[in-house]
Design a protein around this ligand. Sequence first.
Ligand code: ATP
Ligand code: MG
Length: 566
Amino acid sequence: MKQSMMLIPTLREVPADAEIKSHQLLLRAGYIRQNASGIYSYLPLAKRVMQKVEQIVREELDAIGAVELFMPTMQPAELWQESGRWHSYGPELMRLHDRHNREFALGPTHEEVITSIVKDEIKSYKRLPLSLYQIQTKFRDEKRPRFGLLRGREFIMKDAYSFHSSRESLDEVYDQYYQAYSNIFSRCGLDFRAVIADSGSIGGKGTHEFMVLSDIGEDTIAYSDTSSYAANIEMAPVVTTYERSNEPLQTLEKVLTENQKTIADVSAFLNVTAAECIKSLLFKVDEKFVLVLVRGDHEVNDIKLKNMYDADIVELAEPEETLKVLGCSIGSLGPVNAKGVEIIADHAVKAIVNGICGANEEDYHYVNVNPERDFSVSRYEDLRFIIEGDPSPDGEGTILFAKGIEVGHVFKLGTKYSEAMNAVYLDENGKAQPFIMGCYGIGISRTMASIVEQYNDEKGIIWPVAVAPFDLHLVAVNMKDEAQSSLANNLYHELKQIYDVLLDDRQERPGVKFADSDLIGLPVRITVGKKASEGIVEVKVRHTGEMFEIHQSELIGRVTEILSTL
Ligand code: ATP
Ligand code: MG
């Protein structure tokens, strides 16, 4: 491809609103442009990278017997009503009407559509297992679209779905996807880790996320310092045991704590540690109010809460709701005399002796609060986020944290959708059974950005060969020079037979061409300059910075050697 005919609008300046490397570099190097918040155009270079990522995905999925199809983006609301997600998906689901005022959703994922297709077309256990995938645009009206392609509102996803007549078959195919995903992300050159993730109400080890390790990752991975245990902190169970001290119980006392709202305020004001305080939060679990108690130095894990109640929606109560239900603002909530709400608590709360909590009265707290004596709790459960220093849930070692970007997700769905949508097949005995399902996603556009996040330097992007938009950047320093332009053209035609080559044939200053070349980040640059008349060119390896001159006769051999190592 000739650069003069491409669209690669590079920028010298770092765009002001781009906070992270991949967002900055993809904009600066002319790969993407934003059209609206979280909505991007993929310019020609980005399109080529995505095609390479998609090709890797297709090869690995085809190898495990998955077949590609293509489903509609625009999906009838009825399907989503059948599964129950028209309601539970909430505002992230983009909804629209057609000219007849019928309701539709723009697909954030395709469980409903695929289940309805398989329901209609597959009637017998003999056709199972069946594994189908597509690569398609997804829509999610994210609350905080940010970091460029990492969290878009319109993005490209590979989504796959498998259908089974037994749990064993699902387990087998799940393991195949797990392996295929490991292959895919390795081939993309990514430093990643597969971690145990939240599997909703299904429980167990039915889901893994593939996390690219990166400080800018929005997910936190809890891993053991000694074993192979790694989980998303969303689901990592806390196995810490708490000792209750034998200190004598003191008399409950209400104290004035004017303007002291947070745990930090109150503990400083009363000269106690955060661990001596009981943090009380009012949650709305579907339609019911629940007062959740954790120790002051811990955080409520709302995913655990959601799974415990098998709820669709778990959110903190609004200030008006808190006022209505418990008669005070958020900073004064507490379990003593909390009427009309269920009270649940994390295990750590049970061990608190003579603690502190809000008094459900503006500007007052209780001191010397003791669980069971001063309030009762309907259930003690594991309700908090794991923290560094907690024992590893597998019993080996201590928990440490790392940040990760979720690029892929494999998930055992079970019969959630098939039951809701009455999708059944006939088993060996002619009996109708709901399909057992798995689903498997990869963010293609997020993967591209994650690669840039891991492969860059101060000059620009450094693509691994497997996903680079072109293998070689052939730069002619001066196309007006006869010797240079003829050697450049000859090499271009020769190299193009074997490699993807971008020929910089623009009439630009050499400095501009070299800066653009480093920014765009193709693995190997071949410069045709002053020694063109002698048949000598300069090779630069983007990954190592290594530079050397070489005669054109030896070029292909050397380049092939170099590319095989990158
Ligand atoms: P997240 O927790 O980051 O919101 P998710 O759990 O909602 O992700 P899934 O529903 O499992 O994601 O989607 C499958 C894959 O799609 C993810 O692993 C991720 O790579 C990608 N993905 C999800 N949301 C986005 C987004 N807003 N922008 C880009 N890629 C996304
Ligand atoms: Mg999400």
